[in-house]
Write a protein that binds this ligand. Structure first.
Ligand code: PMH
Length: 373
């Protein structure tokens, strides 16, 4: 998809906010505990390479991504820090990962067997770094029993192509005020890891929510994601221990303004009909940019005032009701502050009945990312 540089609509990323959030967490961590910044899905929509750079300056010592290509993007950008791919990769890519010092998440011993065959053939200069994933209740990927885990650990110990670099699990409810399920997962983690005779280099369980609210579990590394972007992982359920600063804003400009009279309709399906004479502005952003169609009826900010989105959100444009005429080029804030008003991703997510994670990741590459500070 092309990037819309000739259109006045952009995501603005506040590097200082990213830096402050990440540094605040690094400062809270117990000594010996490292922070790996999670920059998967293009840094939750914020730009993986740019976020990784700020994270490094703020004290992150490694990165987590979801897929191998995201790790390769960071290596190509010149990052030499440890990178862990959190998702399951293809065993045939084991030599590439070994060569690039990219660590693999492994969830089954047959993966190790298959990878070993490729590694023995390709003979990379370094072993593949392996983090064993344990499924303690997330039900996604990982070893579930001590027997399975022991088999994998023995396999690692007896194959020089592979190095047992880490072990981890992921919590399903660390962002919930109800700790019942979280505690069950912790107990399962303790039972499974009790069979280890040696601890690998990295032992990690914490996403943002765990590190913010259950830091005692952290061990020696945290996988810090959404809170680094300034978003509370619990939504509004649990206050964060320090002020999280949202890093992302979304701005545009009016490209058209006109008066409609009572009885005239706006947008596809003619779902909005003016009851009186009113001013309608058009903003050049739509659902093809990741601005959800469900946001009809939500609002944007113009001249410090909330203006309702009227009619359906189109693919590339949307219409708003203005208090009076405004010139073409007038600034429109879709996320962020204008005067005394702020629109947060959280409010947008509530309106769409989803979570801020989904909206942040959903902004498409047509929107330019502009970095400030
Ligand atoms: N570790 C793993 C294994 C993850 O999947 C994620 C986020 C994180 C750490 C970081 O979590 P945080 O952003 O809450 O700090 N994964 C996902 C996901 O799969 N869907 O939403 C978030």
């Amino acid at each position: 998809m092309v990037v819309g540089v000739h259109r006045p609509t952009q995501l603005v990323i506040d590097r200082q906010a990213l830096h402050d959030n990440i540094q605040a967490e690094v400062t809270r961590l117990a000594s010996g505990c490292e922070l790996f910044m999670v920059v998967k899905a293009n840094g939750y929509g914020h730009g993986a390479v740019q976020v990784a750079q700020v994270a490094k300056e703020a004290g992150a010592t490694g990165f987590c991504v979801a897929i191998l290509d995201e790790a390769l993007e960071l290596r190509a950008a010149g990052f030499n820090e440890p990178i862990l791919v959190l998702g399951v990769t293809e065993p045939e890519d084991a030599p590439l990962m070994a060569q690039q010092h990219i660590s693999a998440t492994v969830a089954a011993t047959d993966w190790l067997v298959a990878a070993d065959a490729y590694l023995a053939l390709a003979q990379p200069t370094a072993p593949l770094q392996v983090h064993l994933g344990l499924d303690t209740g997330m039900g996604r990927i990982g070893f579930k029993t001590t027997t399975e885990l022991t088999t994998a650990v023995t396999y690692l110990a007896t194959h020089a192509t592979l190095n047992f670099e880490g072990i981890f699990t992921h919590f399903a409810t660390a962002d919930s005020p109800d700790e019942t399920y979280f505690k069950q997962q912790v107990a399962k983690w303790q039972t499974l890891t009790a069979v280890l005779k040696e601890r690998p280099r990295y032992v990690h369980v914490s996403n943002s929510a765990t590190s913010l609210w259950h830091a005692a579990c952290n061990d020696n590394m945290v996988r810090f994601g959404v809170a680094g972007y300034g978003l509370n992982p619990s939504g509004t359920a649990i206050p964060a221990p320090y002020a999280l600063k949202p890093a992302l804003s979304l701005t545009s400009q009016l490209v058209h303004s006109k008066q409609v009279v009572a009885g005239e309709s706006v947008g596809y399906g003619a779902t909005y009909t003016a009851q009186q004479t009113e001013w309608v502005g058009t903003v050049p952003i739509g659902y093809a940019d990741g601005y959800e169609r469900r946001l009809q009826g939500f609002h944007v900010l113009v001249d410090g005032q909330a203006c309702e989105i009227i009619g359906r959100v189109c693919m590339d444009q949307l219409m708003i009701r203005l208090p009076h005429d405004y010139a073409r080029g007038t600034r429109v804030t879709l996320i962020g502050r204008d005067g005394d008003h702020v629109i947060t991703l959280q409010e947008m997510a509530d309106y769409c009945q989803t979570i801020h994670y989904e909206l942040a990741c959903g902004f498409t590459s047509r929107l330019p990312r502009v970095y400030r500070h």
